[in-house]
Design a binder for this molecule. Structure first.
Ligand SMILES: [Zn+2]
Length: 123
């Protein structure tokens, strides 16, 4: 898993994701692999995942790029800094839930604060 740190974006969409990925690969011919010295990342494929934004209107589906290390063949998904690995809820939702949970806020109240897209399964 690789997390891409980027300038703040107002609303995450597939188009914005694709623009950031394009900028990453076009700005630099060879991207060093995080797993092997001498390895470089090659585009390998895409998978689809859901993403829920804080107070978002609907869960969006994103095609996430998977890259492969040229040295060992290991694959890595490229996520954006708004995303949490293995979770559909975005970073802002998770941070809101955690800070309210630590303040002993009831779960029903936390769910109201993060919007209608989030349910107990996301917590
Ligand atoms: Zn490797």
């Amino acid at each position: 898993m690789i997390t891409l740190i980027h300038d703040q974006i107002e609303e995450l969409t597939q188009e914005k994701y694709d623009q950031l990925i394009s900028k990453l690969f076009n700005g630099q011919k060879l991207i060093k692999s995080p797993c092997c010295e001498g390895g470089v990342l090659e585009k390998h494929g895409y998978y689809e995942r859901g993403y829920k934004a804080l107070n978002g209107r609907e869960e969006i589906r994103l095609k996430i790029l998977r890259v492969r290390c040229s040295a060992c063949g290991k694959t890595h998904a490229i996520l954006l800094m708004e995303m949490i690995p293995y979770a559909r809820a975005g970073k802002d939702i998770v941070l809101t839930v955690l800070s309210n949970f630590e303040s002993n806020c009831p779960v029903s109240s936390i769910l109201e604060k993060v919007g209608g897209l989030v349910d107990e399964n996301d917590l």
